[in-house]
Design a protein around this ligand. Structure first.
Ligand code: GCU
Length: 686
């Protein structure tokens, strides 16, 4: 943890802009705080650390300013001064987590206010003030009112209690080691700071695949240590959730069933909820993966997902807890010969009939696409179809299929496309972001969830630049209207420097990286083509004859899965009419998803005039060139970023370059051998 990379976006380098430095030193000599909660104390500590780093000052803290200039921090209720200075409108516009920053100048003396309706809001105000100074915002430009757009802004850890992390590429778990909960609470505190600074307010700390020992997290064996973690997160306004085992009553409860309609099972969970809340009064609730990939669930007893989720919801309800129930349910014992089953259809087929049947403290957590976090997928048709159900969108920050943090792949542009996708769920303009923010359908709860990329590596994310994805996810969850560019720029300024030349170079690298990755991996939405199990590296037929429902159906004439209603699996028909029509048609289907929806001959001409086959060749050559460019750009930053960061990223880019060639050559060779048609440009294919 000794490197600067550990501090992520909380580095607080001394401001390079001398004018701003002088201004802020003047302005922030004195700070008045009229609150004394734990959350406020954490915010004040952050302010001390931040201002010392950014400005080299240790302000005087008091309960009231003695002079004209200074910073006043408080809640509307707790501070007369704040209450007096804000208009009724301003106060009304603040939500539970919102904040106001106001800069006022009078007689050359500046006065800054940071206020929230609650302590949490105040804390976000302080974190945002630090962000704004860090990114060289002038005092005159600080004033703002912000409320988070999304209510739940959730991080999911797939951490196992033995310390391993499922799909983790950044070392071991920060929470668990050798079947124990970590004693390194200072690292957890730093993590909570990072998350709160970016706006996260919910965390599930253990893997959705709950094994033997994790099942015991809700027992005497672990509950006190879970409570210790919760205490840290509570101090930063973050609710803690646990993934639970649906079969707990069987495994640790001495019952002979886990039937959600069985009276003893229901009582067991009620007692269990009472027990958990007696240790953790503000416990968030349960995250559940049931009847999926071998996990137990209500199907065993002939019950539905709604029966299962509602049983848990009933137990948590008196305590204000939530059940987050995942929709990643499909047949993982498929026969590749059988073309009548389509995995892509599964989530919709399972959950659509249950719309309106869930308790009001249940949320369904829906993966962004119908398959599994491929580099390109259409948006899940469940989103926009479910109307009477609380929903969370599930994204994957950890780069399982996008280079496993050895490749640079900035995912924010992909997430933006998902968020801006028009489902037509309530007419034109029903974008995904409006559904999950509850703007469209006024459900009780909604928001973002994502599988994190965090581990115990000194830089948290394996590839230091993958921190941009953690950060970007959190910022989007706060405000999905931020652009990929804005988020990239913020992250770069907070992480490296405000030097605009450096900012532009790194920004260009981030923004182009997803497309580059897509270019040299699987084309036009077909996905997979990876080595089975660990999912790293090219293997075109790796999943072609397997049981997982992940096929590309290439033969010597063409490739792609026919998911049309007319001649295919009918998946395209799960969308609203306006969207379904587009996907159904070979001509209208967006080309980046062509092979997801259609079986297409290699000789088919794309809009660019290239044949499909030539497009595959071209993009694979192009993708590798783009990685060359990434590396060249980075080489130009020698001496402009810290040496250890420079060398670390360079080493990753070199690895990416050789691995992207592996992708290019294996994919191109596969298609050359299938078709016997050479590259029109005569480049080397093996
Ligand atoms: C993917 C991933 C698994 C994970 C699963 C899930 O299939 O490879 O490791 O358990 O998603 O989301 O539950």
């Amino acid at each position: 943890t000794g490197t600067s990379m550990y501090k992520a976006w909380l580095k607080y380098y001394r401001l390079e802009n001398k004018e701003l430095l002088t201004l802020y030193k003047q302005l922030l000599r004195e700070v008045a705080v009229a609150e004394d909660s734990v959350i406020t104390a954490n915010a004040v500590n952050e302010l001390k650390t931040g201002l010392y780093g950014l400005l080299g000052i240790k302000p005087v803290f008091s309960s009231e300013l003695t002079g004209e200039a200074g910073l006043v921090i408080g809640t509307i209720e707790g501070s007369k001064e704040i209450s007096g200075l804000l208009s009724a409108d301003e106060k009304d516009s603040l939500g539970e987590e919102g904040f106001i920053i106001r800069f006022k100048t009078e007689n050359n003396a500046g006065r800054l206010l940071v206020a929230g309706k609650t302590n949490k809001g105040l804390m976000y105000g302080v974190f945002n003030l630090l962000r704004l100074i860090q990114t060289e915002t002038a005092p005159q430009a600080l004033s703002r009112i912000e409320n988070p757009v999304n209510q739940l802004r959730t991080i999911n850890h797939w951490d196992n209690i033995d310390g391993s992390v499922e799909r983790g590429y950044a070392g071991r778990s920060i929470f668990f080691k050798n079947n124990k909960i970590t004693g390194n609470l200072s690292r957890i505190n730093d993590y909570a700071r990072m998350l709160a600074a970016a706006g996260i307010n919910t965390i599930a700390i253990n893997n959705v695949n709950v094994h033997e020992f994790e099942t015991l997290l809700i027992t005497d064996k672990y509950i006190k240590d879970v409570a210790k973690l919760n205490e840290i997160f509570r101090g930063y306004g973050i609710k803690l959730f646990l993934s639970i085992n649906f079969a707990s009553t069987l495994e640790i409860g001495n019952l002979e069933t886990a039937d959600p309609l069985d009276g003893n099972v229901r009582q067991w969970w009620k007692d269990k909820a009472d027990y958990i809340y007696s240790h953790i009064p503000d416990f968030g609730g349960f995250l559940v993966k049931a009847d999926s990939e071998g996990r137990p669930g209500p199907f065993t007893y002939g019950r539905t997902h709604a029966d299962g989720a509602n049983m848990l919801a009933e137990a948590l309800k008196p305590h204000g807890g939530l059940v987050i129930w995942r929709c990643f349910v499909y047949n993982c014992q498929q026969d590749w010969r059988d073309r009548t089953i389509d995995r892509a259809r599964a989530a919709y087929d399972h959950f659509m009939p249950l719309d309106g049947k869930f308790q009001d403290n249940v949320l369904l957590q829906i993966k962004n696409g119908p398959m599994d976090f491929q580099v390109r997928e259409p948006v899940s048709p469940l989103i926009g179809s479910l109307k009477k159900t609380n929903q969370l969108l599930e994204l994957q920050i950890t780069q399982e299929y996008t280079g496993q943090q050895r490749h640079l792949c900035y995912l924010v542009p992909m997430w933006k496309e998902i968020l801006d996708f028009d489902t037509y769920g309530n007419g034109k303009g029903t974008t995904v972001k409006k559904i999950i923010s509850r703007d469209t359908f006024k459900n009780n709860y909604g928001g973002f969830a994502a599988v994190t990329n965090i581990g115990d590596d000194a830089n948290w994310t394996g590839h230091q630049m993958a921190q941009a994805n953690t950060y970007g996810y959190a910022r989007l969850a706060w405000n999905p209207d931020l652009s990929s560019e804005e988020i990239a720029e913020e992250w770069i300024r907070r992480t490296y420097t405000n030097d605009s030349k450096v900012v532009d170079i790194i920004k260009g690298m981030l923004l182009g990286s997803w497309k580059a990755y897509e270019n040299y991996t699987s084309p036009l939405g077909i996905g997979w083509m990876v080595n089975p199990n660990h999912h790293y590296g090219p293997n075109v037929d790796g999943y072609e004859y397997d049981k997982w429902g992940t096929y590309h159906r290439a033969d010597h004439k063409g490739i792609g899965v026919d998911r049309t209603v007319k001649s295919g699996t009918g998946y395209a028909g799960q969308y609203h009419k306006e969207v379904a029509e587009v996907y159904e048609s070979l001509e209208k289907c967006p080309e980046e998803l062509l092979l997801f929806f259609h079986y297409v001959p290699y000789a088919y001409r794309l809009k660019s005039g290239e044949t499909l086959l030539q497009y595959i060749y071209n993009t694979h050559f192009r993708g590798v060139e783009q990685v060359e460019e990434l590396k060249q750009n980075w080489l130009g930053l020698k001496g402009k970023v810290e040496e250890d960061v420079f060398l670390h990223v360079l080493e990753r880019l070199e690895g990416q370059l050789s691995h992207s060639k592996e992708w290019r050559d294996i994919i191109n060779t596969y298609f050359l051998r299938k078709t016997g048609i050479p590259d029109e440009l005569g480049r080397k294919i093996y």
